[in-house]
Design a binder for this molecule. Structure first.
Ligand code: SF4
Length: 459
């Protein structure tokens, strides 16, 4: 990809507006606590009758210390006994969820996210594994991943994770430079990360993803470049390189950061462009937005064969699975409904004490939502749109239905983001940097200005 930097900068200025990351459509901003309980009950009743493979996301909210850039739902504590209490409630929640799924449903994907899953001690991790295997039927080839904070993991944790079936790990690195680490309040010597990588491989957890962030405080283009070089030494299978989202009004911890230390938008974008241009030389393919994977990795294969999907963890394989989110703030994604658990830990416990699923918000999807969800996911995951895949192949109807949107696309076409084809449009290399902006054209909710303030900027 060759993009003149001046051309790119002017496009960034034009398109750098708040917008969703489209890990779902409609996005979580639209979930509401004013929902019809009858709709939720009916959804669960139907689910008990449908044998369907599933993906479990389990949220472990605890962290030992606060990273100032962080936008995750977490609870800062050093008291590991809180992990035992939490596991007791997770078990209750799984028992309740179990009553809402068909007894023949098999779990094909498990993900521990956080917070910090390795906040749990090895003993607690083993207990969590036992609870899961007691409650659900787990597929023998389950894809089982865990987010790891290299600062908080010992060999015993890794042994416990391997014992309970974990086969993928995602390591939070963010940036390897000490000055940046100080600025964001996350000191993590690179040797620590290297050691954890070796231990994971030693114990047979061979699929490794590294999370980096670009646009962090005190980060410069040169420092980011060095971080990428450092991390390449670890030979990960995947990279997730996220754009730092500065939203101090929503994430109060970010007020601790010095805004004067933030790189400019142009510098920030040059970091992403560098990753996109540099990583293919090392055998990594750009999957989209913030993900890169080795050519033979399942994500790359999913991109090629059209089975790539986007969910609350970013890009993922196994689009066919229903996703069930467990734990405080966990989000479930069904074919026709999203739900989100209580984000407040005490309220989450209280609902389970009452014998109720701790669901706080729900969004049933209308037929309009479903249509636009499919369309936006094609933009995000397939990088092209074939109008013939909608309205039973009636392209004319598609053009009439989306006439406003197609009119607005003309500007993106003239800016070089898309190219019209016989069947619809394809996204160009330049357009891959602006996937969110292309998807936003089809987002009906963005017309409501109120919702825009909840999103980070697209670059
Ligand atoms: S970045 Fe990770 S470890 Fe740091 S506060 Fe956020 S969830 Fe916790």
């Amino acid at each position: 990809m060759s993009i003149e930097s001046e051309q790119l900068l002017s496009l960034v200025k034009k398109y750098n507006v708040p917008g969703p990351r489209y890990t779902s459509y409609p996005t979580a901003v639209q979930f509401t606590d004013q929902f019809d309980k009858g709709v939720l009950d009916a959804y669960h009743t139907n689910r008990t009758q449908e044998k369907r493979e599933k993906s479990l996301y389990i949220h472990i909210p605890f962290c030992f210390s606060l990273c100032w850039f962080c936008g995750c739902t977490k609870v800062i504590t050093k008291n590991q006994d809180r992990g035992d209490v939490y596991l007791g409630y997770l078990e209750k929640e799984m028992e309740l969820i179990n009553k809402t799924i068909h007894s023949g449903s098999v779990i094909k994907q498990i993900h521990f996210g956080g917070g910090t899953p390795t906040f749990l001690s090895p003993k607690q991790l083993r207990r969590l594994g036992m609870i899961i295997y007691d409650q659900f039927q787990i597929h023998k080839d389950v894809e089982f991943s865990v987010e790891i904070d290299p600062r908080r993991v010992e060999e015993e944790h890794i042994i416990a994770l391997k014992e309970i079936g974990c086969n993928r790990a995602s390591l939070g690195v963010q940036d390897t430079n000490e000055a940046v680490q100080k600025a964001i309040h996350r000191i993590q010597p690179f040797e620590q990360t290297q050691k954890v990588c070796s231990l994971l491989r030693k114990h047979g957890i061979k699929n490794i993803n590294i999370d980096l962030i670009y646009g962090l405080h005190r980060q410069t283009f040169e420092l980011f470049k060095k971080t990428v070089e450092d991390v390449l030494e670890l030979d990960p299978d995947r990279f997730a390189i996220y754009s730092y989202a500065h939203l101090p009004s929503i994430m109060p911890a970010q007020r601790l950061l010095n805004e004067a230390d933030m790189p400019s938008t142009g510098e920030k974008l040059s970091m992403l462009v560098h990753a996109i241009q540099f990583l293919p030389d090392y055998g990594y393919q750009y999957i989209g937005m913030d993900h890169f994977a080795k050519e033979d990795d399942e994500l790359s294969l999913a991109l090629k064969n059209g089975s790539l999907q986007r969910n609350f963890q970013g890009y993922s394989t196994h689009a066919e699975l229903e996703m069930i989110g467990l734990g405080m703030s966990g989000i479930s994604q069904g074919d026709t409904l999203y739900t989100q658990n209580e984000k407040d830990l005490d309220a989450y416990y209280e609902m389970l004490d009452d014998g109720r699923l701790p669901i706080k918000k729900v969004l049933p999807l209308s037929s309009k939502d479903l249509l636009r969800r499919e369309l936006i996911m094609q933009v995000m995951c397939k990088r092209e749109l074939d109008y013939g895949q909608f309205f039973e192949g009636d392209k004319q109807r598609f053009k009439e239905h989306f006439s406003d949107e197609l009119f607005r696309l003309k500007e993106l076409e003239s800016d070089g983001f898309i190219q019209l084809t016989e069947t619809g449009f394809m996204i160009t290399d330049l357009g891959k940097l602006f996937l969110r902006n292309i998807a936003m054209v089809f987002d009906e909710y963005l017309k409501q200005k109120l919702h825009q303030t909840a999103y980070s900027k697209t670059v």
